[in-house]
Design a protein around this ligand. Structure first.
Ligand code: FAD
Length: 309
């Protein structure tokens, strides 16, 4: 039966979306068109990443505050420790608190390009666990942290990395969002290890739709994410055919989410890279219905005059 094939799990998945802060006016327009397109899917929350080395940090703040001010979506602000003093980070956190932004994704961040290794800034938060504890002192934030099914590339061992995740949750984080992965087995074995270590907080799978295969291969090498041979085979010979690539990308993400659903998982954090068509298609195939919630209505009202670039 075709409906059986299309819907192995009758539960509609709960999605949250990750956006990237804009660097130019054109990127800003594109971001808000993307938000307008995806808002009717009623994401659980929408997060905005925080650029390394100061490049897009002001963009994170202004995007998150605008989401809070002008829409009913629940924004989550990514915040990192790297290159900032505690006072600077605390100041930003207070700014979010005062604006009613309650969800922070607390991260260490990566060293700036060209720096050999990470070294904490004197007077700054050294690691994400320290940041979580600092945020807790400022407000009763809902705090997400990062988890690495394939182990953080600079961790001394998988067990040390798991201890670190536990430290972050014990310091007051509510959930973890994982680094993206393509091999579900790796994530499922990681969940087993989390459970064995006594971690009971949700470990939300991070999903990265492959909108640009070559870029993903390069990025995955840096992040220590395995790109399986089957994924390479699926994208082989598609370089000149963007439409085919989009179809393949949406089916890969749908298949990944559907398979995870068969293990009882139902919440997924999807990276959008500010491209809504692919994400909307994935959500549509997964059976996530567009709704006319206040959130989507307000975003539509707000942006109805904005042209799609
Ligand atoms: P931590 O949890 O602090 O861990 C970093 C490393 O240090 C690990 O190897 C850990 O084992 C080790 N460690 C931790 N504590 C100690 C200690 N006390 N002593 C010695 N070693 C220790 N980056 C951005 O710049 N902006 C973003 O918006 C962003 N968003 C992300 C979202 C998600 C879902 C994920 C998975 C990653 C994101 N990143 C982002 C990348 C992240 O900043 C990097 O992976 C960074 O290298 C580690 O951040 P963390 O919060 O995991 O660090």
């Amino acid at each position: 039966r075709i409906d059986g094939l299309l819907s192995r799990n009758s539960e509609t998945p709960i999605l949250s979306f990750e956006f990237v802060p804009p660097r130019t006016d054109a990127m800003e327009q594109r971001l808000w068109c993307c938000i307008r397109h995806l808002a009717p899917l009623a994401p659980r929350f929408v997060s905005v990443t925080y650029g390394a080395g100061g490049t897009t940090q002001a963009g994170t703040l202004s995007t998150v505050l605008r989401l809070k001010r002008e829409t009913d979506l629940i924004p989550a602000a990514h915040l990192t420790c790297v290159g900032a003093t505690r006072e600077e980070v605390d100041g930003l956190a207070r700014c979010y608190r005062d604006a009613g932004v309650n969800h922070i994704v607390a991260l260490r961040g990566d060293p700036p390009a060209g720096a050999a290794d990470y070294s904490p800034r004197p007077g700054g938060y050294a690691y994400a666990s320290d940041l979580v504890a600092g945020l807790r002192r400022i407000a009763d934030f809902d705090i997400s942290v990062a988890a690495y099914p394939e182990t953080h590339p600079t961790a001394s061992s998988p067990d040390a990395d798991l201890d670190n995740l536990k430290r972050k949750l014990d310091a007051g984080a509510t959930r973890a969002i994982t680094q993206y992965f393509f091999d579900n087995e790796i994530y499922l074995r990681f969940l087993d290890r989390c459970l064995a270590a006594g971690i009971t907080a949700p470990i939300i799978p991070g999903i990265m739709p492959v909108s640009n295969y070559e870029q993903i291969v390069r990025f995955s090498a840096v992040c220590g994410v395995t790109v399986p041979a089957w994924l390479r085979h699926l994208f082989d010979g598609t370089a000149e055919n963007p439409e085919l690539r989009r179809i393949v990308a949406s089916l890969v993400a749908v298949e990944q989410i559907r398979t995870l659903q068969t293990y009882g998982l139902n919440e997924f954090h999807v990276s959008t890279l500010n491209r809504s068509d692919l994400i909307y298609a994935i959500a549509h195939i997964l059976g996530v219905p567009p709704t006319q919630t206040n959130a989507s209505r307000n975003v539509t009202d707000l942006l109805e005059t904005t042209e799609v670039p």
